[in-house]
Write a new protein. Structure first.
Ligand code: SP5
Ligand code: ZN
Length: 341
């Protein structure tokens, strides 16, 4: 399988996040992608290729122009104020407040984010832009005939909505690739999100559309981040009614429950008959993941890949979460090896 990868992800290295009442080093760190790349090479998965730059237009198909302008320019505004620490939001337009766009940098940061988990550093825009190009380049390789491809994106993307960052995500790499398939002639694209966390950004982007089916298996938002989306009764709206499938699972879920949910998701995807499948590939479902509560073991990821392969669709894997850094490469590449059979 072809892997797309850019070293630019090293330009994004947030300092800390608030977790369990403490400021801890960011779990979403550069060594994550380094370990996955190393495993791709160790297992001789196939060619590793640098991305082509397709510019901003395909990103603007998903993200609003004002959000992109804010994100690209935020660090320079921060630096101009004489600051060099991570730029992090601390006030959001929650209930009883107004969704106005203030003038101040921090006011705007709150407007364009939904949590404090997406620090902007000097290199964050460049890293996220390159990750989007990695996804677009993998999509292009498939448009050119590849049956599958692996977009080794970092930072991840599935929590990012049209004009919101959060949950370690800035640009929604999977959504950008899905829209590229559609813009090049696909009639229907399915996104299967196997990250431990609900892909609230991806769901929101396609919620009222029938040309993208979103199916997600994740920790039940009643107990898990992102808490405010990802419930089973969210089935789509308007023309998109019936094209959103959430399969929330209890804390402690292992392969028996997870594999059964995957079977349901795959049956829905097969019935949808998509022209292409995108897998939002998070491996934070692993039993040793430091911030998650599922119990998948490394061999389970082989089975995951095998079941996805049985759909028989052109399949683009897009890297999302996974924070057990020592095992992230084994688990992510196991999915790809299971897929290849
Ligand atoms: C892409 C992705 O996987 N983003 C995940 C963002 C999760 N941020 C919130 C983490 C909260 C973890 N709380 C569990 C405490 C463990 N002791
Ligand atoms: Zn996750």
């Amino acid at each position: 399988m072809l892997t797309l990868y850019s070293d630019d992800h090293h330009l994004h290295h947030g300092r800390c996040e608030l977790i369990d009442g403490e400021l801890k080093p960011c779990f979403e760190m550069p060594s994550r992608a380094d370990h996955v790349l190393q495993r791709v090479k160790d297992q001789a998965l196939g060619e590793v290729r640098a991305p082509t730059d397709f510019g901003r237009a395909p990103i603007e198909r998903i993200h609003s122009a004002d959000y992109l302008a804010f994100f690209e320019g935020a660090w320079a505004r921060w630096a101009k104020l004489g600051k060099d620490g991570d730029l992090l939001p601390f006030t959001w337009p929650a209930r009883t407040l107004r969704g106005v766009l203030p003038d101040s940098l921090h006011g705007q940061l709150g407007y364009y984010s939904f949590d404090g988990g997406a620090p902007i550093t000097a290199g964050t825009w460049r890293a996220a832009y390159s990750a989007a190009q990695v996804a677009l380049s993998a999509q292009r390789a498939m448009a050119d005939g590849a049956r599958s491809a692996f977009a080794l994106c970092r930072p991840p993307g599935h929590h990012a909505a049209s004009d919101l960052m959060g949950g370690y995500c800035y640009l929604n790499n999977a959504a950008i690739a899905a829209q590229a398939f559609l813009d090049q002639g696909a009639a229907r694209v399915a996104i299967l999100d196997v990250d431990y966390h609900h892909g609230n950004g991806t769901q929101s982007i396609f919620y009222d559309r029938a040309d993208v089916l979103f199916a997600s298996i994740h920790g039940d938002p009643r107990f898990e981040f992102p808490f405010f989306l990802g419930y089973a009764d969210e089935t789509g709206a308007g023309a998109g009614e019936g094209f959103n499938l959430n399969l929330p699972l209890a804390a402690g879920s292992a392969w028996d429950a997870w594999g059964a949910a995957l079977e349901s998701a795959c049956q829905r995807i097969a019935a949808y008959a998509p022209d292409a499948l995108i897998v939002s590939l998070g491996v934070d479902t692993f039993k040793e993941d430091p911030i998650s509560q599922f119990k998948l073991d490394s061999p389970d990821y082989l089975r995951m890949g095998e079941r996805i392969a049985r759909l028989g669709k052109p399949t683009l894997f897009v890297m999302e979460g996974g924070y057990a850094v020592a095992e992230i490469g084994i688990n992510a590449v196991n999915v790809l090896e299971g897929f290849e059979g």
